[in-house]
Design a protein around this ligand. Sequence first.
Ligand SMILES: [Zn+2]
Length: 308
Amino acid sequence: MHASVRIIISALALVGTGTALVAQTPPAPIVKVEGLRQISPHVHIIPDNSVPLVPNVGYIVGDRAALVIDTGLGPRNGAAVYEVAKKLAGSKPLYLVTTHFHPEHDLGAQAFPDTTRLIRSTDQVKDIAEFGLQLAKVFASRSPINAELLKDADFRKADITFERDYDLDLGGVQAKITAMGPNHTVGDTIVWVEPDRVLFSGDLAMRAQPAFASPHSSLRQWLASLDRLEALKPAVIVPSHGPTGDGTAFITGYRAYLTEIRDRTAAEKRAGRSVDQGVAAVTAALGDRAPDKARLAGAIKAAYAEAP
Ligand SMILES: [Zn+2]
């Protein structure tokens, strides 16, 4: 069945959603390490349980070293994520990569010891230089627990930087780390675990609607990124938020959604409509297939700017 075509709301306000669809206070953004589970020969994850401001945390464990993907929000979460890494990897060297620079993915890195080698794309370094702790301040202002978790949190400097791709040999398992360009953020980074056919897709392919979270976010780039993700033929996708997905369903779902927005928005622009009129018309056309109106508007605005 084509559940893939239908983007289902996560019902959880994530980055960039200003809508208060959910009235109750969300659970505290704590990584629940007891949820750790193995999903393939070399990959373990700690699921986010779809709690806002919690990422899916990944561990790829080889014979020689291990790679951690995403840290949780602030040093306290980072310390918990690190403890699990030690449990899984013993005394093996640790590497750390983040799917993007947003606080719940990155601002726990300082809890890892100096011996952990942090890998960043040059694009991610640019994101940090341009936007810094802006979003952390927004998150901290939302609740006392967020403020406490983010107290003294700051970006950690990369030990290893790369431009496009970085192949990390962990011993018996390769992690291919790729910078994907301006999609959700400029520094979106994916990790492909080749032998296990597991793809850590960041925010590029998830169950929830895509969030155009950066002024540099590009719908054209996002569609091109989806083609690259699909070409990998993943068996399992671990997005940075929400449930894991079998095969390419998240990818084809995102492509159908973004293609429709691109084409409808281009038609509005050709007909001489303003960007606001375009947002209204395309929002009406998508109807309840796109319940997160803020995320939808972000996609339409990007499409409008890029339409001929
Ligand atoms: Zn994000």
